[in-house]
Write a protein that binds this ligand. Structure first.
Ligand SMILES: *Cc1c(COP(=O)(O)O)cnc(C)c1O
Length: 364
């Protein structure tokens, strides 16, 4: 037998991890500088790690109270009702929950190009269809309501990524509001704020006070350094928040994920350090990389380097792993995650060396 026809479904292409590359190069993963997946170079909050140790024995039971506690804590953080918080396995899990809650077969979603692959993947899993709007590179991937509306044709869901992966551009709240006003009443605008902590702008959550057609995605994977745990959430309007009970995968966010997330929310020092270092790093990369870069509000910078595959491979051979953006449809670009200050400095020096040697034809 065979699964159903999955030819329209393309596999997710992650950034390369240090263990994978270290094995291939015969190096120790500790020697590598991994700046390919927008992970937190300062690690997880130590309080989150302590919470995992402390609650290790609790994994015997299903996560009922920890899940309720996390929802309540996040509701307080965002000043919404508990029902308005949809906790999930990563923000990716929330994308699935929104697809399940919104899409009838053949309903369409509108997603950015270039953009985060999982929006379209999730829609297709849920028998939806995908159209794209283009973020224009010549305009520095600028995001306005108009950019999206030019391509809008009544889709059921419209995704906005702010800060945008991989470019780092943002959409202002005024523009999100204009977009939501201009789209149909039955169109949900999903604002993905996976990198929201790093930006210097307010969250779109405030729009939920005034309307029921905007939802916001947040995650513990980036600024909180808990990517390996898989915990994120959506903040959705109270009017239809009760749909969660009908669409969520029972206990998808594990006991340890919920406990660690709760602890991380109280560790302001770790969060502040992570944000500060990303802001320093993105400015440093733009100032010192010998290539043209795009302004970023995230913990990464997109850079046009010519042949991304060659640059990525050459940098990797020198122990610096960055993201080749070919899978985003940008074969001349790499995305560099901000590391610790030392890592960022070393990485930029290495990449500049690679760019210089490529220019001189040394690798030819
Ligand atoms: C990393 C990321 C996410 C969420 O990742 P999870 O680990 O599933 O929380 C969502 N959107 C974008 C644009 C991302 O880059």
């Amino acid at each position: 037998m065979q699964p159903r026809d999955l030819s329209d479904h393309s596999p997710y292409v992650p950034g390369r991890g240090d263990e994978e590359v270290a094995r291939e190069l015969g190096m120790d993963p500790e020697e590598l500088i991994t700046l390919s997946s927008n992970e937190n170079p300062h690690g997880a909050s130590p309080d989150a790690v302590a919470a995992i140790r402390e609650h290790a024995e609790a994994i015997r039971v299903y996560p009922k109270s920890s899940h309720a506690d996390l929802r309540a804590r996040l509701a307080e953080r965002w000043d919404v009702s508990d029902e308005g918080i949809w906790v999930s396995a990563g923000a990716d899990g929330s994308i699935d929950y929104l697809s399940r809650a919104m899409l009838e077969p053949e309903d369409r979603v509108l997603v950015p190009d270039p953009g985060f692959a999982y929006y379209g993947m999730s829609a297709r899993y849920h028998h939806g269809e995908v159209s794209t709007y283009t973020l224009d590179r010549a305009e520095s991937f600028d995001q306005t309501a108009e950019t999206v509306l030019d391509a809008y044709g009544g889709e059921r869901m419209v995704y906005v990524t702010s800060p945008h992966n991989p470019s780092g551009s943002t959409m202002s709240l005024d523009q999100v509001r204009l977009l939501a006003d201009a789209t149909a009443e039955e169109t949900l605008v999903v604002v993905d704020e996976a990198y929201g902590e790093f930006a210097e702008m307010p969250s779109a959550v405030s729009l939920l006070d005034e309307r029921d057609d905007v939802a916001v995605l947040r995650t513990f994977s980036k600024a909180y350094g808990l990517a390996g745990l898989r915990v994120g959430y959506a903040i959705v309007p109270e009017e239809w928040a009760d749909a969660y009970a009908r669409v969520n995968t029972p206990f998808a966010a594990s006991e340890l994920a919920c406990r660690a997330a709760l602890a991380a929310l109280d560790d302001d020092d770790h969060l502040d350090r992570s944000i500060e270092s990303a802001r320093w790093g993105r400015a440093y990369i733009r100032d010192h990389l010998d290539a043209s870069t795009f302004e970023s509000a995230g913990n990464f910078v997109l850079a046009a380097v010519g042949d991304a595959e060659r640059v990525t491979e050459a940098a990797q051979a020198e122990g610096v792993i960055v993201r080749d953006c070919t899978s985003f449809g940008l074969p001349d670009c790499i995305r560099i995650t901000t590391g610790t200050r030392e890592e960022t400095r070393t990485a930029i020096e290495t990449i500049n060396g690679v760019l210089e040697r490529l220019e001189l034809g040394v690798y030819a």
